[in-house]
Design a protein around this ligand. Structure first.
Ligand code: DHB
Ligand code: MG
Length: 217
């Protein structure tokens, strides 16, 4: 039974338990292992195995055919979601760092997903408008520069179909969500925006993962 400590997120989810659960439900195959093992000069800041699996299941639940990701890094979350696309589906993923985008393309090709995913290089705010002709989208996953989350969220809500999902990683902002900072204000505004337009929740993953189902019909 939950007690105060476990409700506070500090009791049952030990490292061995989390690792065992990830292994049980979301074991890596060769392609995921390759994308998870970044080179030394690339930060290992991708979502964890269970969070990647959760993103895939979210895509599966809504029968996603058209997905946008803001923040590819080297394609780990991208592989999870691309594998969950309905037949004929496509994922557009935006990455600011050219080197990361190049590694991501290699990882996606190694996973056999090159034709289902387009990696676009550039700033999210520049690239997102170019994707609008492909919309409306079923899922938008935001995992990029935190100070722009409110802007990414606004784009997502304007370009998702009703019933589509907006997801945002790092929703606890590394423990700084309540700070009086530009990033803190932007992340809180993202939470509020999603809550105002969606049926939504913050899933208490280690980093926090906002999930919203866009309202309307
Ligand atoms: C950072 C970014 C992320 O998206 C993440 O999940 C963890 C860390 C970062 O910029 O440090
Ligand atoms: Mg992240």
């Amino acid at each position: 039974m939950a007690d105060d400590d476990s409700r506070a997120g500090s009791r049952y989810a030990t490292r061995p338990i989390l690792d065992w659960c990830a292994q049980a439900h979301a074991p890596h195959d060769a392609a995921l292992a390759r994308a998870f093992a970044t080179p030394d000069d690339v930060p290992a800041i991708m979502v964890g195995p269970s969070e990647g699996r959760l993103l895939a299941l979210c895509c599966q639940l809504v029968g996603a055919r058209k997905v946008v990701e803001v923040g590819t890094l080297v394609g780990y979350s991208t592989i999870h979601m691309a594998r969950a696309l309905a037949p004929g589906g496509h994922l557009w993923s935006i990455e600011f760092e050219a080197r990361h985008a190049a590694i991501a393309r290699d990882n996606l090709a190694a996973a056999g997903l090159a034709d289902r995913v387009t990696v676009l290089e550039g700033a999210g705010l520049d690239v997102l408008p170019t994707l609008e002709p492909h919309g409306p989208f079923d899922v938008v996953f935001i995992d990029a520069d935190k100070v722009n989350y409110e802007r990414y969220g606004t784009w997502a809500l304007a370009n998702l179909r009703p019933g589509g999902l907006v997801l945002g990683d790092n929703a606890f902002l590394f423990g700084e969500l309540l700070d009086d900072s530009d990033r803190g204000r932007a992340m809180r505004a993202f939470h509020q925006l999603v809550a105002n337009h969606c049926d939504s929740v913050n899933i208490p993953t280690p980093d926090g993962l906002v999930l919203g189902i866009k309202r309307g019909s």
